[in-house]
Design a protein around this ligand. Structure first.
Ligand code: CA
Length: 220
């Protein structure tokens, strides 16, 4: 009798555990399939958003605050150069929006300063290309116009969502030796640089030198 009671109790406990686990599990699978299919999951209304990627700078109504956008001069250049970039969406978008909704002054997806030393402001940030890859792109001033350079020809690693860009101020920068026996490389920045950070993984500084942006590894 006692054994039967124990068995009934065990079965009941398993049933309760399954019941309690079902909702979070089903939500987990819903979120996962949503993100895998390129959508963005709205946690407030528990639905998957498959809206077509918006052009850079377009507004969205569900947020009161303005959406992340590139500066007007950058958008004008992208349009004139026929570069069909959009703001990153899918897995990356909630990351951008979380900073944005907090009205955090930091914009880890974009930086602006005079990177090439001609006293005109330049811009660098993450944009998604037509193949869906996220690129770090710099749009910089040339005489009275602009040009651009793809800083990450292979795109940025989207598996690790935790990446961002920060502005590197002028002065000495400590690099990362490629081989253990190599001396620690250093660099003296005479213009601000664009520092790509893979949080807890690696970091690369992009800086202007002899008419182009070059890379300098600062961590691995
Ligand atoms: Ca400039």
């Amino acid at each position: 009798m006692v054994r039967i009671a124990k068995r009934i109790t065990a079965v009941a406990l398993v049933a309760v555990a399954l019941f309690l686990a079902w909702q979070p599990l089903s939500e987990f699978f819903a979120i996962d399939s949503c993100l895998d299919s390129g959508g963005s999951f709205n946690y407030e209304i528990h639905t998957c958003d498959h809206a077509v990627s918006r052009p850079v700078g377009s507004r969205r109504s569900k947020l009161n605050a303005a959406p992340p956008a590139v500066p007007a001069y950058v958008q004008a250049y992208l349009d004139s150069a026929g570069l069909d970039y959009v703001l990153p969406k899918g897995r990356f978008e909630p990351y951008l929006s979380s900073y944005f909704e907090q009205q955090n002054e930091a914009e880890p997806w974009a930086v602006a300063d005079d990177f090439n030393g001609d006293e005109v402001i330049d811009w660098a940030g993450f944009l998604r290309n037509t193949q869906g890859r996220i690129d770090l792109v710099v749009v910089y001033s040339v005489d009275t116009e602009y040009s651009h350079q793809l800083l990450t020809p292979m795109g940025v690693d989207e598996d690790g969502v935790y990446f961002g860009v920060v502005l590197e101020p002028l002065g000495k920068v400590i690099g990362f030796p490629i081989e253990d026996d190599d001396p620690v490389p250093t660099l003296s920045l005479s213009n601000p640089g664009v520092h790509l950070i893979y949080y807890e993984k690696a970091s690369v500084l992009y800086y202007w030198h002899d008419g182009e942006f070059r890379e300098f590894w600062t961590g691995d």
